[in-house]
Design a protein around this ligand. Sequence first.
Ligand SMILES: [Zn+2]
Length: 187
Amino acid sequence: MSHFVCAKLISEQLGLDEQDFTVGNILPDLVQNQTCSHFKIQKGQIYVPDVEFAVNSVINLDDTTRGYLTHLMLDRRYLDTYVPQFGQHGDNVAELFSGDKIYADYSILNARLLEYFNLDKDKINEIMQHINTCGYPKDEASFIKNINQINRPKVDGKLRFINFDEYVTFLKKTSKEIAQEINLLVN
Ligand SMILES: [Zn+2]
């Protein structure tokens, strides 16, 4: 859901084609080989997108490509600046991604983000139905997970690890930073 939020905020700010830009923002998570689609490199204990390499690999800078790069930039900033706050007690960062920590909060977080940022479910569903993974095998499980997140009825329950206001602040600030970065890209 964070990627749809980022797509909305940045396409508005930069006046990009919202549909094309949103497609790019979700594509990296919809293909089977996500190590490849995210240009992942090892950094300490985890794998992070090599944004610089991805940016330098761009041949045709259209709005879908801008969206694709935005996805990688958000994932990278999430791992570099948001996640480390949870590792302050010497936890293994990789452990955070086990079922009972950050991920357990996701369904509640996603439902609240959808509402807070007033995302257009119909528009997102429409985009998802027509998405084309450009010949790369689609990850059906990931695709269905995304569709379910968008269409799930309101989820109640308390966030255990993620502070909603802090996360919203992170998303807004990060989207602004990424918008500046995307704006500076030239073909
Ligand atoms: Zn991703």
